[in-house]
Design a protein around this ligand. Structure first.
Ligand code: ADP
Ligand code: MG
Length: 350
């Protein structure tokens, strides 16, 4: 069932086109991540849905009810949208319980709603604390509890974890996802962190310069980016130029199959390879040889930067290996490619 529908929503601030013809659909119970670099319009999108921004054009509806279009405007407080703004702060002079109770009716305040919400975010018994007595992660959880308390129809979270350190961020991501799924919430989470988007969301919308350039599930987004910009923004990518014929690409790595992307008449393409598509080993017997430039160790895996001996029509190659890299800068290696590749047509020279 379609929960949220945005059709051609546009918003301009003086010279800046913050949103340009953004169309999106989200099913009930789903979590959408809005991913994009700083300034691409993510916050403006959330504020438009919440009713704090007045789009110049387009339409927004939730559960089939029009929030805004050319003729209709529903005030923010009537939208039943739970909104946690970027750097959303708690009221510093109110206890945790009073923060959570803020948007509730008198009857709701008297019910067990506040304590239910505290339990939901794993903060039983902490209702009488003041915000400054809480850790960053706890404050974030209270902000979430406050947004969820009035049983909103839609939950909007603007970069909810950006102020937290890495360890806490990972733990809280999982908690927030579990909490939202437990109550069947439909949610939109803004982030500029591709890993956060891929790991938390059912669907990811990639934004660039106010446009929504691709909406897809995380696996499809990573495997089949709509264009080279998305390919580079969502994960690591090595790009090389090569001729295309009959759905295949002849490269120094051998003949590679095009997974998607190139039309029949495409003659030349930029192909995109993910770091886990490369296999690195001894130079002997491999199609391409090269030299290790540097290695970056991440604990669970490592990235190896390589420069091929033969010109591949590419930048340096980035390879992911599990665990510690078995190579050091200066080592000579052989490089092979496995799997299909994405190919993006290049304009043919006239
Ligand atoms: P993001 O959240 O992706 O970083 P924003 O939605 O906050 O991006 O901003 C998108 C663009 O619109 C930016 O260029 C920003 O400077 C501009 N912008 C946002 N709000 C306003 C405003 N109230 N007045 C003028 N420009 C704004
Ligand atoms: Mg923002």
């Amino acid at each position: 069932m379609t929960k949220l529908q945005l059709s051609n929503v546009s918003k301009r601030f003086q010279a800046v086109q913050a949103l340009k013809d953004v169309s999106l659909e989200l099913d009930a119970g789903q979590m959408l991540a809005v991913l994009g670099p700083s300034g691409c319009g993510k916050t403006t999108l959330l504020r438009s849905i919440a009713g704090f921004e007045f789009p110049d054009a387009g339409a927004i509806s939730v559960d089939g009810k029009v929030f805004m279009n050319r003729r209709t405007w529903v005030r923010p407080e009537k939208r039943r949208v739970g909104y946690v703004p970027q750097n959303g702060v708690l009221f510093p002079h109110l206890t945790v319980a009073k923060n959570i109770a803020f948007g509730l009716s008198r009857a709701e305040r008297k019910s067990s709603r506040v304590s239910d919400m505290l339990a939901l975010v794993g903060m039983d018994g902490l209702g009488e604390r003041m915000p400054h007595e809480l850790s960053g992660g706890q404050q974030q959880r209270v902000a979430l509890a406050r947004a969820l308390a009035p049983a909103p129809s839609l939950v909007l979270l603007d970069e909810p974890f950006s102020a937290l350190d890495a360890g806490l961020r990972a733990a809280l991501r999982e908690e927030v996802r579990t909490t939202l799924k437990a109550i069947g919430a439909t949610a939109i989470m803004v982030t500029h962190d591709q890993e956060e988007a891929l790991s938390m969301a059912d669907r990811v919308a990639v934004m660039r310069h106010g446009c929504c350039v691709q909406v897809a599930d995380p696996v499809s987004l990573y495997k089949y980016p709509a264009d080279l910009g998305v390919a580079r923004f969502v994960g690591e990518a090595t790009l090389l130029q090569a001729p295309v014929a009959n759905g295949c690409i002849d490269t120094l790595f051998g003949r590679l199959k095009v997974a998607s992307g190139c039309p029949e008449n495409c003659r030349r393409a930029t192909i995109m390879l993910r770091p886990e598509q490369f296999v690195v080993g001894k130079p002997q017997g491999q199609p391409v040889s090269g030299r290790v430039l540097k290695t970056i160790y991440h604990g669970h895996d490592a990235l190896i930067y390589l420069r091929a001996d033969a010109p591949l029509g590419t930048e340096d190659i980035r390879v992911r290996v599990m665990g510690a890299p078995a190579f050091a800068p200066g080592d000579r290696v052989g490089i092979a490619v496995s799997g299909d590749v994405m190919a993006y047509p290049q304009p043919s020279p006239e």
